[in-house]
Each structure stands twice: as C-alpha cells, then as structure tokens.
Design a protein around this ligand. Sequence first.
Ligand code: CA
Length: 224
Amino acid sequence: MQILIIEDNRDLATNLVEYLDACGHTVDAAMDGPSGLKLALSGDFDAIVLDLGLPRLGGTQLCEQLRAAGRATPIIMLTGRAELDDRILGLEIGADDYLVKPVALRELEARLRAHVRRARGGLDEGILTVADLELDERCVRVTRAGQPIVLARLDFELLRLLMRASPAVVTRTRLERELWGDQPPRSDALRNHIHILRRLIDRPFPRPLLQTVHGTGYRLAAPE
Ligand code: CA
C-alpha cells in the first residue's frame, strides 16, 4: 500500500516510516499540516496516518479540508489521550478511525490494511460502468455498447484499475505498481498495454474513453 504519514514528532514519524516500510509498504511523510495537505492532495495514497496536533494546520482541519476537496482516502488519526475529544470519538471530522498514543505499530498496520480493504471492497461486487463500457469483475467480462471484448488478464486488470478510479486520473507509477508490484517492467511496457487497450475498447467505437494525461498518467471517462 501507498501510505502518507503526517506527524510532527520526528522520532514517532521515523518509527512509523521504518515499520511500515519493513512491512512492504511505500511510505511518504510530512512534518506539518500544510505540507501534509499538499502531499495528500497531489499524491495517490491508499491511506493516511494523521496526527491530531500539528503545527500551522491541525489534524482536524486537515481532515476536513481533504474531505471537502472530495478525497475519500481512509484516514487514521493519532491522538494523545488528553487530546481525545468527543468529535474524534464520534469521528465527526471525516476520519475513519483513531489510535491513542503511544501507537502500537502492529495494531496500526492491521487497521490500515482493514480500512484499505474496506475502501476497495466497496467496489468489489460487480459491474463497473463508464459510458457504454461495462466490466464485470466477477465474471471477468468486458463489453462496450453490448459487444463483448476479449482482454488478456493483464489488460483486464489495467482496465479495471482505470474504471474503478474513473473519472480520476491514475498515475503511471500507481498502475505499474499495481500491475507488476516490485518488479517494474521495461519502461515502455505500460504504454504498450495502454495501446492494446485503446485498440480494443476505443478504436471500434465513435467516442474514445481512454485519455492520456501528459506527464501524469491515464484516465478513463466519457469525453465532455
Ligand atoms: Ca503532534
């Protein structure tokens, strides 16, 4: 998973980064509210670990601003016992969960996994649709305008990633990581698969859905 840690206590931040990194996650960290918010908005994270007491922009405000910007990334708040107020207990600030310091690292990692699974699982059951393109996740079947399209497994996974994120852009880095994990392919492998996908799902039809966002990645959406 791609995890963002926003924590101003350097020792704790280092601990969290080292632990989650050792668990095989990719971890970014910010030491204050504004840079954390900036990273959270610009990056592509599966989950965020957010300290409540942060300089310049507190965890509560950061969380609210992120939600106001339409980001649904799961957030686990870290809080001191003394800071624990009713809003956090009730999670009325838009966070998904909280942990009281001192942080039990294994517990944190387990909860991160659970929240990310739940966030993804919400989309697990069934059929994804973008315009007249349909992908049935259970039956591994794709149709466009009712016509069946046969895709190799990897192209199916690529299309599924793009459809789940639609209409958002998915970065090249994220697609490569999801498709090939820690063994990155040749630098043009992703582009080749995008090319295959485009030929199969777009070329026979009047309206292209697969768009290249230069310098960033790809998105799948009906043209405006
Ligand atoms: Ca703090």
